[in-house]
Design a binder for this molecule. Structure first.
Ligand code: SF4
Ligand code: SF4
Length: 157
């Protein structure tokens, strides 16, 4: 009997907490409707994916490789990003560039996003500003592992 009462009390307590949040949010939204500024705003539900929340400027989203004038990748295949990557998900193959100023370029550059933890270390380590995570693309979920393996074609888009 005592156990049943305790269970019943928890139900009432849960309903009271929900009601309290509902009323408080309603008050804040009504105040906002009348342009009355308050320290905190009422809870907002973003209707994703139709309505997307703006990302912070420093948000780390899908990677991209930057290019030089003429379309060549800025990457010089120094391997720093692959070395620093804690998930070991970057694989680069270097090739000789005929331009002595550049020396090397990546003939293959693959990021396996199945393993990436979006730490941003690759971006921090790059001495050429050749890799960035500023695309703003965050909806990258796929149904196949293969679709999350990004090569030069996708990274240079
Ligand atoms: S964000 Fe982190 S885990 Fe992902 S590729 Fe870059 S260094 Fe590796
Ligand atoms: S650190 Fe930069 S330049 Fe070096 S391999 Fe990675 S992307 Fe290319």
């Amino acid at each position: 009997m005592i156990k049943a009462l305790g269970y019943f009390w928890e139900l009432i307590r849960g309903a009271l907490i929900t009601t309290r949040h509902f009323v408080v949010n309603m008050v804040f939204h009504i105040l906002r409707l009348f342009h009355i500024r308050t320290r905190r705003a009422g809870a907002v539900t973003w209707q994703y994916p139709e309505q997307k929340k703006p990302l912070a400027v420093r948000h780390r989203s899908l990677h991209r490789l930057t290019t030089r004038e003429g379309g060549k990748p800025r990457c010089v295949a120094c391997m720093l990003c692959a070395t620093v990557c804690p998930s070991e998900c970057i694989a680069i193959e270097a090739a000789e560039d005929p331009d002595p100023e550049i020396q090397k370029y990546p003939s293959s550059f693959v990021i396996d996003l199945n393993r990436c933890c979006f730490c941003g270390f690759c971006v921090e380590a790059c001495p050429e500003d050749a890799i960035r995570m500023d695309t703003g693309i965050i909806d990258i979920a796929q149904t196949s592992h293969d679709d999350l393996i990004f090569g030069l074609d996708k990274l240079l888009k």
